[in-house]
Design a binder for this molecule. Structure first.
Ligand SMILES: *Cc1c(COP(=O)(O)O)cnc(C)c1O
Length: 460
């Protein structure tokens, strides 16, 4: 079952030409973007590692599927194929399509969360926590402590600390907890997996307390890869079997299909409870669209149904995670501090350790991402204090232990040579790290500030 090489199980059929920029052009571009890589124009970027969201390369089968789009307002054939794929691969009986993951989060949060509720999760995700807060809830981090330590090599840093769940129940009571939300391959922890064993323990805990278990399944196939590699008695199971087993342990799922499932747009809310489905159908018409398209075109639902099947293929997922590990190992060999173990979708250089002269309130990760772009045309994303935002109640900055940049690898898009260029660019930047300056806000949006904030350099 195990593969020694991570070589790609596909070949390239069409290419997209890229513009090569000069350092002067990039200097001007990053200044104009307010030192925020989200505000760069994509045509000024050489290797785009901002995100793995919606930027994967669809297969020829998915492209062919677009031609089978049934663009009926109601009852599209593609909806039924999507629903069947979700049940076949992910076990959930009912599917409500949404325009992307946060659409599903919005609907779920509005249905299940009341004012004053607490929602425990294995580390926050930006949009997930915001929707919980907007619905009147408070997010509570119940991930294992190792997840906050970039140097811990714990094999399952996405695990839930059951003791933290117990402590929360003692404090607020199970009635104030509408659900536990677990993410597979936890994005903000560095793409770190949860084990099947831990998930079974969380399931048992939820049953004991009468609390629902919600699954943010955006990267469930990558999580399955790590379970197959690292967990006892799982090495002979296929990725498809493990994915199904994970999903079957949970009650409800939110999905951003722009990640694992390799489509450019789309998502869904899925569940087994018919009453919950009815309530979701009633709300999806308000915020997304009719319950048989929910903001997606028929053709996109078709591409998604096909992408789900491709995403659980063993050869695909080993090549995908193998490429991420290749980049991570090159950085590691060059002495660049990264989050360990290397995650499933991205490599996370540790800005706190690369730029110890910049205090956290001067945004070292934001400054590092800006400098990497300026040096090389490689675009990364900040995952530190800027992404963490401010506490909804006190207005103070959340100050996360992890101050990282994320080099996120799109699925099936870049070559090994692109990974080499990226590693060399990081080495260049690391060599003159002590000359990188901190930043301060010029403009700070109130919600999800990292997307649109603007900065200027400041001597720290
Ligand atoms: C991307 C993402 C989301 C939100 O999905 P969108 O499709 O971007 O709205 C939610 N959870 C996780 C873990 C994600 O990575």
């Amino acid at each position: 079952m195990r593969r020694h090489s991570w070589a790609e199980p596909y070949k390239i059929k069409a290419v997209e030409l890229l513009k090569m920029t000069t350092r002067e052009q990039r200097d001007a571009a990053i200044r104009e973007a307010g030192y925020n890589t989200f505000l760069l124009r994509s045509e000024d970027v050489y290797i785009d590692l901002l995100t793995d969201s919606g930027v994967g390369a669809m297969s020829d089968r998915q492209w062919a599927g677009l031609m089978r789009g049934d663009e009926a307002y109601a009852g599209s054939a593609n909806f039924y194929r999507l629903r069947d794929a979700v049940e076949e691969y992910y076990s959930y009986k009912y599917t409500v399509p949404t325009h992307q993951g946060r659409g599903a989060e919005n609907i779920l949060s509005r249905i299940l969360i009341s004012d004053g509720d607490y929602v425990p999760g294995n580390m926050y995700f930006t949009t997930t926590r915001l929707h919980q807060e907007l619905a009147g809830g408070t997010f509570v981090d119940v991930i294992v402590d190792e997840a906050h330590d970039s140097q811990s090599e714990h094999p399952f840093k996405g695990n839930v600390d059951i003791g933290k769940l117990d402590a929360l129940v003692d404090e607020v009571g199970a009635d104030s907890i509408p659900y536990v939300c677990i993410a597979t391959c936890v994005n903000m922890a560095g793409g770190q997996p949860i084990s099947l064993q831990n998930l079974r323990e969380v399931r048992a805990w939820c049953d004991e307390h009468g609390v629902r278990l919600v699954h943010d399944m955006t990267r469930v196939a990558e999580n399955a890869h790590f379970i197959q590699r690292r967990e006892q008695d799982c090495e002979d199971k296929s990725i498809r079997e493990i994915v199904y087993e994970i999903c079957a342990l949970t009650d409800v799922a939110t999905m951003s299909s722009k990640k694992d499932a390799m489509v450019n747009i789309g998502g869904f809310l899925a569940m087994n409870d018919p009453d919950l489905y009815e309530r979701a159908c009633a709300l999806v018409v308000v915020y997304e669209g009719l319950h048989t398209y929910g903001g997606m075109a028929g053709r996109d639902m078709e591409a998604l149904a096909i992408g789900i099947g491709e995403s659980v293929d063993d050869d695909h997922i080993h090549a995908r995670v193998g490429q991420v590990e290749y980049l991570g190992n090159r950085l590691r060999e060059a002495g660049i501090p990264i989050v360990l173990p290397i995650g499933g979708h991205a490599v996370f250089p540790d800005a706190r350790r690369m730029l110890p002269h910049i205090p956290q309130e001067r945004f070292p990760a934001q400054a590092l991402a800006a400098e990497l772009y300026r040096a090389s045309g490689v675009r990364a994303m900040e995952r530190g204090i800027v992404s963490a935002g401010r506490d909804a109640a006190t207005g103070e900055n959340h100050a996360p232990a992890l101050e990282l940049i994320r080099l996120t690898i799109p699925r099936r898009v870049y070559t090994q040579a692109h990974m080499d260029v990226t590693a060399e660019a990081m080495m260049d930047v690391a060599e003159r790290a002590d000359r990188i300056e901190g930043l301060r806000f010029v403009y700070e949006p109130k919600m999800l500030r990292f997307f649109q904030a603007r900065f200027e350099p400041v001597r720290s």
